[in-house]
Design a protein around this ligand. Sequence first.
Ligand SMILES: [Zn+2]
Length: 474
Amino acid sequence: MFRLLCRFLVITASSLLLSGSVYWENVYLTSTDFRFPVVRIAAETEKHPVVLIFGGIHGDEPGAYLAAEKLAEARLTKGTLILLPRVNFYSIMKNVRGFFGDMNRKFEDENFSSLSDPDRRIVSILKNLMGEADVFINLHDAWGFHARSPGTFGQSLIIDGAKALFPKNGQPIDIEALGGEAVRRANKELPRAQRFALWNHRTDEKQEDLRLEEMKSSASYFAYKSFQIPSFGLEVSKNISSDQTKVKHHLLVLRELFRALGVQFESFPDSKVLPPELRGIELSGPKGRFFLPPGSALNLSSPGPYSVTRIWGNRRFGWSVKLAGKDGENLLDKPFLLREGENLTLFVGHDFDQIGKGTLRVAPPPSLSVTLDGRPMEIPLGMVLSLRPGETISFDTEESTLWEKIDLKGFQPPDRINRSDDRGHPVSADKMQRRFALDTEGRYFPLYGKKGQKTTFFALLEILEEDLSPASFR
Ligand SMILES: [Zn+2]
C-alpha cells in the first residue's frame, strides 16, 4: 500500500512565468533515495510540439545529464520541453551505468525487472511521461566515433525506424530525413573527426548484433513502438574528455533537432557548466525551519524529527544529503531523528562528489533580539525568519558578548561609516539587493554575527512575495 501511495507522489517545487515562457518543476518519488526532478518549460500559447528529454538514464554519462540540466535555462516561444535532468540519480551518485542493472533495458514489459527492483517504479513514471510527448529524445554518452568506426555508438543520432507519426496521431513523418538534416547542420560546426552520423537501428527487424537486439527493450524503442512518436537516442562520444565539450555537442545537435521539429526559442542555453558551490542547507523540524551554512554547527533547542528540505547552491540539480550513522543514500525530504546528546554530521553531495558538510546537535542556541513590525522577539541561531511585503525588521543594538556586529547580506545600512554593522536600521524587502541572495530568485538572505573575523551567529531572512504561480499549465 505504502508503495502504491508513493508511486506518483509529487511535490511542486516551484513554478514561474518568465517573459512569456512557463517554467514548472516537480519532484517524483520524493522522500526516497530515488527522487528525481521533472521540469516543464512551455511557450505561453503554442504548446506543441511537446519534446520529452531524458538525461542520465545511465549514471556514468555526465555529458547527457549536464546537457539536460542546461536545457532547463531555455525559454520558448513555440513548443514545450519536458526535461528529466537526473533520471537515474541513484546511479549518478555512484557514478555507475546502472546500480540495479541497465535501466534502459527495462522498457520491454512489466515483467522484465523483478517487483523489488527500484528501477521499476522509475520506468513506470517514464512510460507515463511518454504519453504526454509528441517527440522523445534520450541523451547518452558512449565510446567511439560512429562515422569512423560504424560498430561504435559515440557521435551518433540513433533512430529505431524510418517512419513515425507527428504530431501525435497526425501526419506520418520521415524521421530519417528529419534526423539526417539535423546531423548535417550540426556537422557544419564540428571538426571532421568529431562529426555525427545518423544511425537507423531498424529495431523492429531480427538483429544479428546482440547489442541491437537488446534495443527492443530500450526507452526509445518503447516510445517509437507504443506511442508511435519520433524517437531519438543522441550519443556523444566518451572519447571527448571534457564534460563541457560533451555538453556543447549535445546542445548543438539538440538545437538542430529542435529547429527541424519546429520548436522555437526566445533564448537557448550556452554550454557553460559551473563547478558546484554549496551556499546553505535548509532544515525543517519541530520548531520551524532552520538554515545551516556550509561548515557550521547548529545548536537546536529541541530533539525530534528533522528533515533537510532544500539545498542552496549555484546549481539547480544534482544535490543530495547523507547523514553519518543514518541509512539511505539521499536523505533530502526524508525525516530523521535527532536525539539529546547526539552530534549528527550531515554531508552534502553534488552528483558523485561530496562537497560540503555541517553539524547538528541538541544544545541551547544563542539568540538575537529583533523588532519585527513593532513587535520585539528573539530569533534563535539558524532560524529562517519570514518578512512579508510591507513589513520591517531591525536588529537590536544592545551590547552582546557573542558578537560585535550583525551583517545582513544584500542590505546596505544608510550609515556610511559603519557599513558592515546592520543593527538599528529598519530592513524591508525593497531595500534588499537580490544578487546577494542564496537563490536565483533573490528571496533568501543570510545574516551573520561577527566577533573579529569569527562567525558567532547566523540566521536567514526570507522575503515573501505575491504568489507567482501561473493560473494553469497545460
Ligand atoms: Zn547511455
